[in-house]
Design a protein around this ligand. Structure first.
Ligand code: SF4
Length: 376
């Protein structure tokens, strides 16, 4: 169910995820009529809006329309003013002077986009942000191009970040770094969910799964604002229809549909890069929890993270030496970990409340036909 829209205010709106801005054709700001239509669509359907700002200063009538909807602003750090209540995006190559605008009253939440050839500066950037932000969202902007060597470099970066985060926790600064702390606190998948929880309105007045799909190919829109939507087989976007991801417990993974399609030609089949990156982060999160869990009391409040013997679930799924039964056991154990502390009676009550039919199916699976001739 869609619960928010992303509205790109211009072609060059700040990229906040794995995509790059495409070469501008006619570009420019979204026409005011389209902006009004997007805001009306949101209001009529009780949706919130994430407005993506670019480098252009908006005319006052644009700002007035924006204020009509419940919204969040996402803008490049370099154009953010201290009183803008906006989520800032910092490109890893930018001048850190811009950090001075992160002041009191800010959400203190920043997206840090970094390229693989700039990974060497990641720890310095994180250190500079640690005292100013409550949350740092690290995005590897060219994740789709990571080689095995880049993955090893990233693994080393995560190790440094982990030591930094541990130090901050020991000082009582419970900073969030998405690639390390999110997995610790999650109990279920928390992916990007483009096309499932949100859609994007582009400056051409058309809807896309996300800004990346607009930049990749403007002609592949879902529909115009107000037209009935053509999502094709929309169910394919859901986790339940993603055979690899539904067996995975890297719950913080973005499960990026754009990367999936670009690298595997299937929106619901992940690339090796995405899985390995997410599992390196999962492993760093596991070590982080093991290091500070007891002294901060976290261990008593979150489910432990099990050590895995793979970096890509597909390796297990496609391993012919692992039987179907062993595979089920492997994944069921991982996925059910947060439920282990719930008493069986309570669990059964919750199953009944969620889906009474599930109890019927479980009983069928566990029932044995009675043969009266058979001795007990
Ligand atoms: S790590 Fe791979 S399998 Fe797991 S959710 Fe991410 S993309 Fe899917």
């Amino acid at each position: 169910m869609i619960d928010y829209l992303v509205v790109m205010l211009e072609h060059d709106s700040v990229p906040f995820c794995y995509y790059d801005i495409s070469q501008r054709k006619d570009g420019g700001l979204i026409p005011l009529d389209f902006l009004r239509s997007a805001v009306d669509l949101a209001i009529r359907n009780s949706l919130t809006i994430n407005f993506l700002y670019g480098p252009t200063d908006l005319p006052s009538e644009y700002e007035e329309v924006i204020e009509e909807a419940e919204h969040m602003k996402i803008m490049p750090l370099r154009r953010k003013r201290p009183d803008d209540n906006a989520l800032a995006v910092l490109d890893g190559t930018e001048d850190l002077r811009y950090l001075d605008v992160l002041g009191k009253g800010d959400p203190n939440n920043i997206i840090l986009r970094i390229a693989r050839d700039a990974l060497g500066s990641l720890i310095d950037l994180a250190q500079a942000l640690a005292g100013r932000c409550k949350r740092i969202n690290i995005i590897l902007k060219d994740a789709g191009r990571f080689t095995e060597e880049d993955l090893s470099v990233y693994e080393a970066c995560l190790e440094n970040l982990r030591l930094l985060l541990q130090e901050e926790y020991r000082k009582g600064n419970f900073l969030e770094i998405n690639v390390l702390s999110d997995r610790v606190f999650l109990t279920n998948m928390n992916n990007c969910d483009a096309g499932v929880r949100h859609l994007t309105v582009a400056p051409n007045g058309r809807l896309y799964l996300c800004p990346a799909f607009y930049h990749e190919n403007e002609d592949r829109s879902l529909c115009g604002i107000g037209e009935s939507m053509e999502t094709g087989n929309g169910r394919l976007l859901e986790l339940g229809y993603a055979p690899v991801c539904r067996n995975c417990d890297a719950w913080h993974c973005k499960r990026c549909l754009y990367l999936n399609e670009k690298l595997t030609s299937e929106v619901n089949t992940p690339s090796r890069q995405q899985c390995v990156l997410a599992h390196l982060e999962r492993e760093a999160s596991r070590k982080f929890l093991a290091a500070v869990g007891d002294e901060t009391g976290l261990s008593a409040r979150v489910a432990p993270i099990v050590k895995l013997d793979y970096l890509d679930p597909f390796d297990i799924i496609s391993d012919r030496n692992v039987s179907a039964g062993e595979r089920d056991e492997h994944f069921a154990y991982l996925l059910a970990k947060p439920l282990e502390r719930v008493p069986v009676k309570e669990l059964l009550r919750q199953i009944y409340r969620t889906d009474p039919g599930m109890l019927v199916r479980l009983k069928e699976q566990n029932a044995r036909a009675v043969d009266l001739e058979e001795k007990e």
